[in-house]
Design a protein around this ligand. Structure first.
Ligand code: G3P
Length: 222
C-alpha cells in the first residue's frame, strides 16, 4: 500500500518527504484554505516537494466548468490529478478528462456502488472516506472492504485511495484490506511514528552507551 500525505501544508510536506515514505499528496478546498498564497503557486510547490500524484480539487458544479477547471489545474504540473466530488456531473466530466489523459480522483465516495460508477467512468483513483463514517457512529472500514473486494473481482484499473483517515488503526486496517493507497494527515503520520516503549528503549541504549564510554575513558586514563 502506498502512502500519500493529506495536506497542502508545505512545512509538513517537507518534513514527511524527507522520511522517504511519500508516494503522493491529496488536497481539498478545506486543506487548501489553511495555506496562504496563490492556488497555482501552492500546487507547484507541492509538486516540487513530492514526486508523485498530487490531487487538486475543482469547485465547479457543472460538467463543462469542471472540465475547464480540471484542464487549467492539470496544466500546472504533469503530476496534478483532478479531484471531483462523486455525482452525475463529475462522472460526465471524468469521461472527458480521462479521454484527454487527465487523471481523476473521485472523492467523497462512501459506498461500493459509487466506487463502481467512478471506476466505470474512467477515474484513475477513487477515495472512500473512512473518518466521516466514524464521525456519525458508523464504520467506514466496512464500506472500504466492500469496495476493495468488488474492485479485485471486477479487475478495475482504478486505485482505491483510502481517505478521511483519523488515526493509525485506519492505516493498518486499510493495508490489511488491500487498499492501494492511504492518504494520511500529518498528525496521523506523527502518531504512527511514536511509541513510549521506543522512546524508553532509546533512552536506555543512550544511557548505557554513555556509561560504557565514560568507563572506557577512565580505563584509558589509568
Ligand atoms: O482527502 C480527503 C480528506 O482530506 C477528507 O478528510 O478529515 O476532512 O474527513 P476529512
Amino acid at each position: 500500500m502506498k502512502l500519500y500525505a493529506d495536506t497542502a501544508d508545505l512545512n509538513d510536506l517537507e518534513t514527511l518527504a524527507a522520511w522517504g515514505v511519500l508516494s503522493g499528496v491529496t488536497t481539498n478546498p478545506t486543506l487548501l484554505n489553511k495555506v496562504e498564497g496563490e492556488e497555482e503557486d501552492i500546487y507547484r510547490k507541492v509538486c516540487g516537494l513530492v514526486d508523485g500524484p498530487v490531487s487538486a480539487e475543482v469547485v465547479a458544479e457543472a460538467r463543462g466548468e469542471m472540465v475547464s477547471e480540471g484542464r487549467r489545474l492539470a496544466a500546472i504540473h504533469p503530476n496534478i490529478v483532478i479531484k471531483l466530488p462523486m455525482g452525475a456531473e463529475s462522472l460526465a466530466a471524468t469521461n472527458t478528462l480521462a479521454s484527454e489523459g487527465i487523471r481523476v480522483n473521485m472523492t467523497l465516495c462512501f459506498t461500493a456502488p459509487q466506487a463502481i460508477l467512478s471506476a466505470s467512468a474512467g477515474a484513475a483513483f477513487v477515495s472512500p472516506f473512512l473518518g466521516r463514517f466514524d464521525d456519525i457512529g458508523q464504520s467506514g472500514l466496512t464500506a472500504l472492504k466492500e469496495i476493495v473486494e468488488a474492485f479485485a473481482m471486477a479487475d478495475y484499473d482504478t486505485e482505491v485511495l483510502a481517505a478521511s483517515i483519523r488515526h493509525p488503526i485506519h492505516v493498518v486496517e486499510a493495508a490489511r484490506m488491500g487498499a492501494d493507497i492511504a492518504t494520511i494527515p500529518p498528525k496521523v503520520f506523527y502518531q504512527m511514528l511514536q511509541h513510549p516503549l521506543t522512546a524508553a528503549g532509546i533512552e536506555t541504549f543512550t544511557a548505557d552507551s554513555q556509561a560504557r564510554g565514560a568507563r572506557g575513558s577512565t580505563e584509558v586514563s589509568r
